[in-house]
Design a protein around this ligand. Structure first.
Ligand code: SF4
Ligand code: SF4
Length: 187
């Protein structure tokens, strides 16, 4: 897949077009990216808290919604997956879900209604520790999603909070549950 405008390419030099390298080539420029879709099915889905109001609706702060809206702009072009050295060079598809799915997890984890916990998976099955924040993924994203600063780094902080600051994590969970109870009573 190419995201470069022809007008930006130097017309006096040959242009080399190659298939993406993080996934197996089927033919010519076509690659098999089905691994991505299989992987997405394994990520714990959205699990909203009970409705806040008797009519089955929820109340949320606009700023909380704005935060996850950025991640939902993803068009699944997989350019970020292709430039990530963990997938492209080291082929660690069995240990690391890649930047596209880290922001998918961020969109779920940071959603104000979501009650699921994916922190253990982030550390283990999703392999967030393999990301060394080189930001190559952010640079190529055609939707200008701040993959690393707004998605991966806050997720890494949550993993650190849970596994290296247990008191902080316990306090955060109790606070979140207490806030949810207050919100439910208001509804
Ligand atoms: S910042 Fe992390 S996810 Fe993005 S390309 Fe670099 S190693 Fe991969
Ligand atoms: S590069 Fe951006 S739009 Fe493309 S898959 Fe990655 S996050 Fe989504």
């Amino acid at each position: 897949m190419c995201m470069t405008r022809m007008s930006e390419l130097p017309s006096e030099k040959p242009v080399t077009i190659e298939p993406i390298k993080a996934f197996p080539v089927i033919k010519d420029l076509v690659t098999n990216v089905s691994w991505n879709f299989q992987l997405k099915k394994k990520i714990k889905p959205f699990k909203p808290r009970p409705p806040d109001a008797p009519d089955g609706t929820w109340r949320m702060q606009q700023k909380d919604i704005d935060r996850v809206q950025e991640f939902r702009k993803c068009i699944e072009c997989f350019l970020c997956q292709d430039v990530c050295h963990v997938l492209r060079d080291h082929q660690m598809h069995d240990k690391f879900i890649g930047p596209r799915f880290l922001i998918h997890v961020a969109a779920l984890e940071m959603h104000p209604l979501d009650t699921e916990d994916r922190i253990e998976e982030l550390r283990d099955a999703y392999g967030i520790g393999y990301c060394n924040i080189t930001k190559c993924c952010t640079k190529v994203c055609p939707e200008s999603i701040e993959i690393t600063d707004n998605g991966i780094i806050p997720l890494k902080e949550r993993v650190v909070d849970q596994y290296y600051d247990p008191l902080g994590w316990l306090w955060g969970r109790l606070k979140k549950k207490s806030e949810q109870r207050i919100e439910n009573r208001k509804g």
